[in-house]
Design a protein around this ligand. Sequence first.
Ligand code: GDP
Ligand code: MN
Length: 380
Amino acid sequence: MKIHEYQAREIFRDHGLPVPRERVAATPEEAEAAARELGGTVVIKAQVHVGGRGKAGGVKVTKSPAEARAAAEKILGMKIKGLEVRKVLVAPAVDIDHESYVGIIIDRASRRPVLMVSAAGGVDIEEVARETPEKIHKVRIDPRYGLLTHQAMGLGFALYHDLDRARAAAGIFRGLYAAFEAVDASLAEVNPLVVTREGELLAIDAKVNLDDNALYRHPRFESLRDPSSEEPGETEAREKGLSYVKLDGTVGCIVNGAGLAMATMDLIKYYGAEPANFLDIGGSSNPEKVVNAMRIILSDPNVKAILFNIFGGITRCDDVANGIVTALKQLEVGVPLVIRLTGTNEKEALDILASVGLPATNSMDDVVQKAIELAQGGTQ
Ligand code: GDP
Ligand code: MN
């Protein structure tokens, strides 16, 4: 789950990071009042769940409350990478001498959190990683011991030559790791960590992604969710107990089991097309889940065919078949369906489908190729 910068700043502050204070405003008037309260010169920042707001014009340094109001007026309602800005953050503007990057992510290869820093901060870190990877310094963190002092100091010196500053940076890294661990984050990032003209270190941007699989341990974070910033289908799927991720292709997939869902997507790609989604209807699929899954997939206008790939174990194929029949009655299904049902109660399922004139097969290659052909406008 993604959260907003103002929410991530609060988490960082709780763990001792030097984060300037801020206000959140939803109107230009509120931004103006916040600027006055914070002392006049402020930065106005779009609150949306994407990076690169600066480049997109979503971050503006202003010199007076009136300018703050004008900047907020411009930024509120703006779209950044497709997301509408509904709130802005107002924070005291900082005089920046230097910008660094500091971030922690989970490295799947070593199965550990990795702390990464770069003195080439502020800008797109992906670009630095691509063009000048030697400018990124990393340490792997053993979760049993946490970030060790010598590791933190080593990276502190990678950013700053001055001993006191390296020490201060090391303290910030330790705080960042403490925050990362405490909230079960999958990513925690300060970009930029700045040195001000006065020589002070400040974290002036904050990004935290929370690990969805650990959210049950943090019920209070449910209130941080901003459904207006999420893909509508994904919100509905979560509420209906389905795991769904929207993708950009044209072949909709309804599959049971995450492994089979991945294999199905792989096969679609193998045959030269793109899946429209990942969707796992789970183990015990009652017919209603199938109807919900179809409704969510059909709400994506890119979908040109729907492929069912069901392996009946605990899932009963006849339940899924009944779900398909119900969906055809309840929904306006304007795209062709291609169905593979195999396993528990397969025969009953095929009879149910045959009664409404739907064919099904049990070859995975065949159904994937057929679905692609139909999605690309072939004949039925
Ligand atoms: P992002 O582009 O979404 O990562 O948003 P950031 O919060 O990182 O802001 C982008 C850039 O705006 C930073 O890298 C800074 O160069 C600049 N910026 C942000 N806050 C301030 C500030 O208080 N003063 C100055 N002078 N520049 C700022
Ligand atoms: Mn940033």
